[in-house]
Design a protein around this ligand. Structure first.
Ligand code: KIV
Ligand code: ZN
Length: 434
């Protein structure tokens, strides 16, 4: 019933494998307001979209795909509101998406009239499966759709004025023959004729992720090495997460030559979502590189995001989930509390506390409640840490050991996680004589 559905590039060099990690921030483009929004059971309304836009600006995004203006009046009105009220900061470029169809392209340009700067993102679907089943068109005919779209976009941009940049995506790229996708991209570029001072963007999506990350990266590498006008093109990637590998796709894709990454906060998006840009940025940060996005108040960002999108961030979501800086197991707690003490006593700037990959404080989270949580798996180290950090009670070794057993017993019997206050009550009940 199932078989491999991807296409290998004609040459595979895997040069990028020799690179260790992502050291320079790519251009980040948030597609929360478009790909993220289109996957919400109840899409954001105009006010919510404006709040989301502001949130993205505050985090530091310089490119934001704000809408599919031809899709609904709300999308169209968002553009008009942003433009008519001068709400787009000078250093932020908005992007609008359009299918390569004449009336949709025309409506898109109506939406961006008067914008000082914008990216018009043109796409059409190119995969073998869609050519055969959906469009019933030949390769040449599908390529022509992209070329005709590119011609119209260029014409309308000249009429509209303003600083209009162009982006093209071969949608359903993962099911498209790689050389054919490259040929379409190069044909589009032949129309746009970008120059290094005014680059075009070629965006390669894993519309439905269908291969291991190294395959996607080799496809990106091939396109990177064979794209026309290379100096005048920003190569962008747009990973989805169907196989659960969106983050790896993005990291490998950047190593393989991509200069820009499209994704969303918390990985919201169609099906299993788009790549989570917070994870990508924090992965860089945790290795000592500046991601140029600010997540120092991640809890507040998350609260706002959950409200606007009516979604819930999973408790194990990297960096942002409730439980990701939490240890329940006794040996982990012991190592963490010793690591914290060592760090304090030696006044270390460097972070290498065991089991906690980044300093929770860098994300605006707090040790006491985030790091150590007590249940029947916990040990004396964690309990001692909770009593000392919350109540200033420093237990001698034997007493700490006994408190460990007492607390474990209560948690085991009630089958409950214990709060700092409940642990304190165990302590009072056992040791304080009224
Ligand atoms: O996933 C995708 O292919 C897209 C395109 C429209 C870029 O969102
Ligand atoms: Zn997408």
């Amino acid at each position: 019933k199932y078989e491999k559905k991807y296409y290998l590039p004609p040459t595979l060099s895997y040069d990028w494998v020799k690179k260790e990690t992502v050291e320079k921030a790519p251009i980040w483009c948030s597609v929360d307001l478009r790909d993220g929004n289109q996957a919400l059971p109840i899409p954001m309304n105009l006010e919510e979209k404006l709040e989301m836009f502001q949130l993205l600006v505050d985090i530091g995004f310089k490119e934001i795909e704000v809408a599919f203006p031809a899709a609904s009046d709300t999308e169209f009105n968002l553009l008009r509101t942003l433009i008519d009220n001068n709400m787009i900061p000078d250093d932020v470029t908005i992007m609008v998406i359009t299918q390569a169809r004449e009336h949709i392209i025309r409506r898109t340009f109506e939406a961006i009239q008067g914008a000082p700067k914008a990216i018009v993102h043109l796409y059409n679907s190119t995969s073998e499966a869609q050519r055969r089943q959906v469009f019933k068109k030949t390769k040449e005919e599908i390529k022509q759709i992209a070329v005709d779209g590119a011609i119209l976009v260029k014409e309308l941009a000249e009429e509209t004025g303003g600083d209009i940049y162009f982006q093209y995506s071969p949608e359903s790229f993962p099911g498209t023959e790689v050389e054919y996708a490259l040929d379409i991209c190069n044909s589009v570029l032949d129309i746009w004729k970008p120059i290094p001072e005014h680059k075009a963007i070629i965006n390669i999506p894993t519309t439905v992720e269908n291969a291991m990350p190294h395959i996607y990266a080799s496809q990106i590498e091939y396109i990177h090495k064979n794209l026309s006008y290379r100096e005048a093109v920003t190569l962008s990637i747009h990973p989805h997460n169907d196989r659960g590998c969106g983050v790896s796709d993005a990291e490998f894709g950047v190593l393989a030559g991509a200069e820009r990454v499209e994704g969303t906060l918390f990985g919201i998006g169609e099906r299993t979502g788009n790549v989570d840009l917070i994870t990508l940025a924090m992965n860089m940060y945790s290795q000592g590189y500046d991601p140029e996005l600010n997540f120092s108040n991640l809890d507040a960002i998350r609260k706002k995001y959950e409200g606007l999108t009516r979604t819930t961030v999973h408790e194990r979501q990297p960096y942002s989930g409730d439980l990701v800086f939490t240890a329940f197991s006794g040996s982990h707690q012991d190592a963490i509390s010793k690591g914290m003490k060592y760090r304090r006593e030696n006044k270390l700037e460097k972070w290498d506390v065991p089991y906690i990959p980044v300093d929770p404080a860098d994300l605006g989270r707090n040790y006491q409640t985030d790091v150590i949580r007590i249940n029947s798996q916990s040990g004396k180290g964690g309990i001692g840490y909770i009593l000392e950090s919350n109540y200033g009670i420093k237990l001698p070794y034997k007493m700490n050991e006994e408190m460990g057993y007492l607390t474990k017993k209560v948690s085991d019997e009630t089958n409950k996680e214990l709060s700092a206050e409940e642990i304190y009550l165990v302590f009072i009940d056992h040791y304080v004589d009224y």
